[in-house]
Design a protein around this ligand. Structure first.
Ligand SMILES: Cc1cc2nc3c(=O)[nH]c(=O)nc-3n(C[C@H](O)[C@H](O)[C@H](O)COP(=O)(O)OP(=O)(O)OC[C@H]3O[C@@H](n4cnc5c(N)ncnc54)[C@H](O)[C@@H]3O)c2cc1C
Length: 455
């Protein structure tokens, strides 16, 4: 039994079916669609694709795989009787259970969050509703410091709504971008007609008598009229239905490397699971599409009797924001919590290239050439992160170098030189390692026992 018809749940079903042609597989689906691509919603609001094109499996696929789909919402799990109850009163028994219920947008923590005209880019139904409202809106405010809020702002502007983007800090996508990268995106946003309000916080959404959005109040007390508010301030695993069980949860359902929860024969994968992260050395949520697929696959193999460890790979997120290609790989944030990195060396080649050093030998090399920038974050002799903006040919090689924890000492002189020679040498170095294998570090690592709360 699989709860959740998303990337993790469907991939798990596929992996089970590959190993077990006859077993009965049931998927509980909270939405009345076949599995669809949630990242694709960003392209739907830009009118780049019609909504039916984001379906990742055709409806008949489920029958071909002999998967039974039950439409409904799981409201409780009873591990003692191996039973899941749905909101409509149905009860389903399981031998093995996968919880793959994903995560949903967090509503804003201030009053007015429930007014008509507060929208999220989150589900297919929610996106259809957003599109209906966007066509009638004149002025919109978008809040949130990350990618979803930026995608919403781009979508609103595309539909010729006067769009105001409120951001609490003085940089865009501050968990990823430095000041220069933020500037590149800022220029694009302005070209697309978005007005950016830095250092601006919203305190309240204001409604009219019919409970429709009529404006927002900023932290300064000032009222800003608008009739649409897009919210992208983060996501939260959908786990209300397990709260009454002994399943161990922290921010998500805590699982070991085999995706097993604290209860026998219950697995979890995707956005709702909290997995070991060897980069931060903590159990973290892993809310990305490729990782949901990889974890779903491992969970399915294990549910079908295999023993496959899931090792969280290097975070890799490629996106297109206001026409700018951005790929964020590995650790880009300031993981030691230090302030802005200190600049230790400036180089003059190209339009601007700098080496910066964070305290504790945490360094980053950065090369900027018009709309193309490349930032490499190093920890000693290992690459731990890369941000590739514009030209993308180095994205895959850099992901591998980070994933392999390759010793990049031979590359250092070229990193400092920057420019096309640096790009050529990164490619060459990557190709050599790819064919020689032996130069990379083994990745497997057994996580320590999770420290968790029981609800
Ligand atoms: C707008 C947007 C853009 C994104 N862009 C990117 C991107 O560029 N790159 C990237 O890597 N990731 C991106 N993501 C994240 C990515 O989509 C998720 O990480 C991925 O979909 C997680 O898959 P999942 O199977 O864990 O959960 P989901 O895809 O959320 O599927 C969970 C399913 O469970 C169902 N469900 C939940 N609760 C219940 C219940 N109680 N009973 C029954 N069914 C239930 C839900 O209806 C849903 O169908 C984006 C997400 C959004 C919303």
């Amino acid at each position: 039994l699989i709860i959740g018809n998303g990337a993790a749940g469907v991939t798990a079903a596929e992996a089970i079916r590959e190993r077990d042609p006859h077993g009965q597989i049931t998927i509980v689906s909270g939405e009345r669609y076949p599995m669809y691509s949630r990242p694709g919603l960003a392209y739907v609001i830009l009118d780049e694709i019609p909504d039916h094109q984001i379906l990742a499996r055709p409806p008949q696929w489920y029958a071909e795989q002999r998967l039974r789909v039950v439409y409904g919402v799981a409201v409780s799990v009873e591990p003692e009787s191996r039973r899941v109850r749905l909101a409509d009163g149905q009860s389903l028994l399981y031998d093995r259970l996968l919880i793959a219920t994903g995560a949903r947008a967090v509503p804003p923590p201030y009053s007015g969050a429930d007014l008509e005209g507060v929208v999220y880019l989150d589900t297919l139904d929610g996106t259809k509703e957003l599109l209906r409202r966007v066509k009638r809106a004149r002025r919109a405010v978008v809040v949130g410091g990350g990618i979803t809020a930026l995608e919403m702002a781009e979508g609103f502007a595309h539909h010729r709504v006067e769009t105001h983007y409120f951001v609490r800090r003085d940089t865009l996508w501050a968990s990823v971008f430095n000041a220069m990268e933020s500037k590149l995106l800022q220029e694009r946003m302005i070209e697309h007609g978005v007005t950016i309000h830095f250092n601006t916080e919203m305190r309240e959404v204001l409604g009219d008598k019919r409970r429709r959005v009529k404006g927002v109040r900023r932290a300064t007390g000032e009222v800003f009229p608008c009739n649409l508010v897009g919210v992208g301030i983060g996501v939260k695993p959908q786990l209300e239905f397990v709260r009454a069980t002994a399943l161990k949860t922290d921010r998500g359902l805590v699982v070991n490397e085999y995706l097993e929860t604290s209860e026998p024969d219950i697995y979890a994968a995707g956005d709702c699971a909290q997995v070991w992260d060897r980069w931060t050395q903590t159990y973290t949520l892993d809310v990305l599409w490729p990782t949901a697929i990889a974890a779903g696959r491992a969970a399915g193999i294990n549910m079908a009797g295999g023993r496959e460890a899931y090792l969280k790979g290097t975070p890799f997120n490629a996106c297109l924001l206001f026409g700018l290609h951005v790929t964020a790989i590995g650790q880009l944030g300031n993981r030691r919590g230090d302030d802005e990195p200190e600049v230790v060396q400036h180089l003059s080649r190209g339009s601007s290239e700098v080496w910066v050093s964070r305290p504790h030998a945490y360094t980053s090399a950065w090369s900027h050439d018009g709309p193309n920038t490349l930032r490499l974050v190093l920890d000693g002799d290992r690459l731990v992160g890369a941000l590739v903006v514009g030209e993308q040919t180095l994205a895959d090689p850099l992901r591998d170098l980070i994933e392999w924890q390759a010793d990049i000492r031979p590359l250092r002189p070229y990193l400092q030189a920057g420019g096309p020679e640096m790009a050529r040498m990164i490619h060459l170095f990557w190709r050599r390692l790819k064919t020689s294998n032996g130069a990379t570090r083994p990745l497997a690592e057994t996580p320590p026992a999770p420290v968790v709360q029981t609800h």
